[in-house]
Design a protein around this ligand. Sequence first.
Ligand SMILES: NC(=O)c1ccc[n+]([C@@H]2O[C@H](COP(=O)([O-])OP(=O)(O)OC[C@H]3O[C@@H](n4cnc5c(N)ncnc54)[C@H](O)[C@@H]3O)[C@@H](O)[C@H]2O)c1
Length: 366
Amino acid sequence: MKICVVGLGNIGFNLFTYLCQRFPGEVIGVDVNERRVNELLNQGYKVTADYLELTEIDVWLMAPSTGSQGQNLFSALEQMIINPGSLISIESTLPPGTMMRIRDFLAEKGFALGEDLFLIHVPHRVMFGVDKTVCDTPRVMGAFTRACQEKGRQFYAPLVPLLVEVSDVRVAELSKVVENVKRYLDVAFAQEIYGYCVDQGMDYNSLKTAVNSKNNVELLGTDWGIGGECLPKDMSFLRTVCSSALLDGAEQADQDYRDRIVRQVGSGKDVLVRGLSYKTGVKDLKHSRGVDLVRALEAAENSVWVQDPLFTPVELSEAGFNAIDELEVDQREQEQDQIAPKIILDRHNALDIKIVTAIESFEEIS
Ligand SMILES: NC(=O)c1ccc[n+]([C@@H]2O[C@H](COP(=O)([O-])OP(=O)(O)OC[C@H]3O[C@@H](n4cnc5c(N)ncnc54)[C@H](O)[C@@H]3O)[C@@H](O)[C@H]2O)c1
């Protein structure tokens, strides 16, 4: 078997390395980003940026970034040399309706699905920072024909803990988007209730503990806003096909929450922002609402310092931030240093601003 992973980003690269262990010598990766490919070649991986090198592929696992209309997938499909009898699995998250466009695209190329080509959709749903490998989570699989479904089952059933097969490929497509939008709504709701608690002088964390003592309820924690790449993107995928006041409201609620953090700080202050990665426990600054917050505070003419347990101050400085390390902050607070940050923002209590007074202690305000 010759397997090719298309797109070597967060998902694709982790999938690629996992499969290299499962199928030694049978896996190759492709990415259009030549810098990324050279970096991986230098590390000894079998990858390429040239689709023409990819001949006789039996299984294509496609995990490129999607593009707002799925354009990256179509661009990849256009370049792939597709062998009769091969399996193409779309693992990227798709705007609803994309699988039907892919089916039509392949039909125009002369392929008959379930006869000379097998197409399935198995949206990826790894939770970085939680799952140990990219194949730890049950997966949903949909296809247009029974033969495609059967071929997909042969490949995925031994790889994943549970394969949830759906008979309508649109269900597979929508399942991934809905999964993320549901999370989005839950976070937006948490932000609203947290804001209400702050207004009323109530402790949100004790409310959360009280609510979550019932086993079918989960009130989530809050962060700098709803960030990362997937949740906002998948919300926009759903909103393009589903008109809903609830979805509109959730997006507005998140925007209001983020604006409130900046408004509460005001301008002309020295501020320390604690926690910058796009989510707790994952060392990645891309699509981080923490980064957006820092830039918004700077635009409001504050002097902003940052700190994140996952990054060294040098790494943060190189990424373009004024970094300060934890020990230094403690020391400056104790010494009442004039340049110590005066306002401290923590990612999970972003509306509970801590002010470092000129004297010595923290004063909580809302
Ligand atoms: N990151 C996550 O936590 C996560 C979780 C589940 C699903 N997904 C979905 O998986 C897909 C990939 O996400 P990601 O986080 O790995 O993205 P990413 O931006 O980290 O990586 C995508 C890679 O695809 C490459 N690419 C783009 N067009 C290409 C093409 N035509 N041919 C080959 N390579 C191409 C890019 O150069 C990039 O290296 C997206 O659809 C995303 O929504 C992501």
